[in-house]
Design a binder for this molecule. Structure first.
Ligand code: GDP
Length: 305
């Protein structure tokens, strides 16, 4: 698995370099502070966290009379870390639940708008789980796009795990999800990961579909995680969609994809604040190993470069 810090540092995030150059000026004028705020907003940190960070940083820079670039960097690192919140529990719930004396698979439901990287994330996640010696079954409950099940199955065979799917286009996604979980339970599987369609035509339709999938799955085993996949490059625009999903699906964690090649890493902070759930995993490329657990310190060091 790739290290978040290395990958972010390699993508040359301009956020850290810009901020440090500005903060190292001899006398910081109001204009300088405005520019610093603008940089944080451009990185999608969100207005609230950006103002909070800035106020605290300004006070500390003034009180301590800091000029030395390395000292300024330390202060900035400290403040960034605070807003990213290293205290959140970002572990995935992978322990197998026991229901009525029977051990069930941990079920991970993966939701989000099409194109955000759901199927790719499910594939990468399967690889990580297999590498940890867990048995895995994938469920292709995105029955809307014919190619989606093929894409998932390709990931499945690459990783060496079974993919439960329907051969019929437009099959009931809840039925496929149920089959996947039942197959997992019958085979004493550790983890079942269910990929879903991300049609956001209207909130009621989405609520119906995801609601039915969750209800049907929980007849067989409880949902251990509902992971919302968000594309970091859509920035604040993705937030609206994210809110809808979190309202309808009871999201327990966020997977932020495509963090490679975007300077908008601040979205991590914005999305956690808005949705009240932690970013647990990040996607750092299209390859099978490009998924990393989110680590606050690594992340901050990565964006500071
Ligand atoms: P889905 O419709 O949500 O299932 O999205 P897909 O998994 O099909 O991904 C859409 C596109 O995004 C594909 O071209 C993926 O290779 C690409 N993708 C997914 N995750 C990442 C990532 O972390 N970084 C980059 N650069 N591309 C990604």
């Amino acid at each position: 698995m790739v290290r978040l810090r290395d990958r972010l540092a390699r993508s040359g995030s301009p956020l850290g370099a810009r901020l440090l150059t500005m903060l190292s000026r001899d006398q910081l004028t109001e204009d300088d502070w405005d520019e610093i705020e603008e940089t944080l907003l451009l990185a999608d940190l969100g207005t609230g966290p950006a103002e909070e960070l800035l106020e605290s940083l300004r006070t500390r820079v003034r009180v301590l009379g800091v000029r030395e670039p390395s000292a300024v960097r330390d202060l900035l690192r400290d403040e960034l870390l605070k807003v990213v919140d290293p205290t959140l529990d970002r572990s995935l719930a992978l322990d197998r639940p026991v229901v009525d004396g029977e051990t069930k698979p941990a079920v991970l439901l993966v939701v989000g708008v099409n194109g955000t990287g759901k199927t790719t994330t499910v594939g990468k996640l399967a690889r990580v789980l297999v590498a940890e010696d867990r048995s895995v079954v994938l469920g292709a409950a995105d029955t809307f796009r014919a190619a989606a099940a093929d894409q998932l199955q390709t990931w499945g065979s690459r990783v060496g795990v079974e993919t439960v799917r329907s051969d019929r286009d437009g099959a009931d996604p809840a039925a496929v999800a149920f089959d996947a979980v039942r197959t997992g339970a019958a085979n004493d599987t550790d983890v079942v990961v269910v990929d879903t369609a991300g049609r956001l035509q209207n909130k009621a339709g989405l609520m119906d579909e995801l609601g039915k999938i969750s209800r049907v799955i929980t007849r067989e085993a409880p949902l251990s995680e509902v992971l919302l996949v968000l594309d970091a490059t859509t920035g604040q625009n993705g937030m609206q969609q994210a809110k809808v999903f979190s309202e309808v699906a009871g999201v327990t964690g966020i997977v932020l994809t495509k963090l490679d090649g975007t300077a908008k890493g601040g979205i991590v902070v914005a999305v956690q604040r808005e949705l009240g759930v932690p970013v647990k995993l990040v996607g750092l490329g299209e390859g099978p190993d490009d998924l990393a657990p989110f680590d606050a310190e690594d992340f901050v060091d990565g964006i500071l470069g």
